[in-house]
Design a protein around this ligand. Structure first.
Ligand SMILES: [Fe+2]
Ligand SMILES: [Fe+2]
Length: 324
């Protein structure tokens, strides 16, 4: 059984004042308690499988509409569709495990009772997301997992290895969860299997609260940071963004379907060409709209859309408004 051990040194803060100190944070905690759901009870696991075997709309397959796609048999198209879903869900299920671990550390390191209470709910939420995605993979995709991408490992090694709560929160609640929300929204809107759509819808209900934690907790620490600390936060935001935005090409899915290295290179060229023409079909349309817009808005709200950060976002292909 493969496992990954990450060494970290964290300081546990024990609070003695349990009165309400941060009302907004306490009400986020109240919402979390009110909106709990149960993956065993609330997901319609008996939903019939689509008769054509697809899980996502074909438009979400990178090569949809290309000459390579046109030459493929119906059976291969279905198989590629399912493998790409398995690849994306694998990335997400590792992300949920990483989030579960990071939030359990946050319960320890964060100061303030309201913050600790809220993080305790996020631990449960992330465990449920880990559980529900795994159940979907078992239920519909025969338990098919792909290995954790290198970029994702690097990102979570940093999140889990750093002792400071705001570094964890910048990477998790600000960057990784903005990415995850865009991904789940896209999969919700483009699910061919209604069961997958429902799993994504349920996860999304929780994710907006998690992003809320970052929005409530980060502005204060950013405002009070020294210049050196702010620079570190800016650099770390850009590093986390770079990790989530690059390297997410499901090469293994193509390989497993018997694509040769030359054919995979053709797929990647096709993908790049379409991206350069800026009509990267559905994936770009949905994903760019949600991920880029909310990332820029959130960075502006917490005070990190600085002159140092703006050009680096632009270099990552994130469109910026003219003024900060
Ligand atoms: Fe999650
Ligand atoms: Fe989350």
């Amino acid at each position: 059984m493969e496992r990954r051990t990450i060494t970290s040194e964290i300081s546990t803060v024990f609070e003695f004042d349990y009165s309400v100190q941060a009302e907004d944070m306490r009400s986020l905690y109240e919402k979390a308690k009110r909106d709990q759901w149960n993956a065993s009870r609330d997901i319609p696991w008996d939903t019939p499988e689509p008769s054509d075997g697809r899980t996502l709309a074909d438009e979400l397959v990178d090569i949809h509409g290309s000459p390579i796609w046109d030459k493929m048999s119906e059976a291969d198209r279905v198989e590629l569709n399912r493998r790409i879903t398995a690849w994306r869900l694998s990335v997400l299920v590792y992300g949920e495990q990483g989030a579960l671990l990071a939030c359990s550390q946050l319960v320890d390191v964060v100061t303030g009772t309201d913050e600790k209470f809220f993080q305790a709910t996020q631990v449960v939420d992330e465990a449920r997301h880990n559980e529900v995605l795994e159940r979907y993979i078992q239920h519909r995709l025969g338990g098919l997992h792909y290995p954790m991408p290198e970029n994702e490992k690097v990102l979570f090694d940093v999140i889990l290895g750093d002792s400071r709560w705001y570094i964890k929160t910048i990477a998790l609640q600000l960057v990784a969860e903005t990415f995850a929300v865009a991904m789940f929204k896209m999969m919700h809107e483009c699910a061919h299997d209604p069961l997958l759509g429902e799993v994504c819808r349920r996860i999304l209900q929780d994710e907006s609260r998690h992003m809320g934690f970052g929005m409530l907790s980060l502005p204060g620490v950013i405002k009070e940071a020294s210049d050196a600390e702010r620079r570190e936060m800016e650099d770390f935001t850009c590093l986390a963004l770079e990790k989530v935005l690059s390297g997410f090409f499901p090469i293994d899915a193509y390989r497993d379907l018997g694509f040769s290295p030359a054919q995979i290179a053709e797929v990647q060229t096709y993908r790049r060409d379409v991206a350069a023409r800026n009509d990267y079909a559905v994936f770009r349309k949905y994903f760019k709209r949600d991920m880029h817009t909310s990332m820029v808005q959130n960075l502006a709200r917490i005070g990190l859309l600085t002159e140092r950060v703006r050009p680096r976002l632009a270099a990552l292909g994130i469109q910026l408004p003219d003024v900060a």
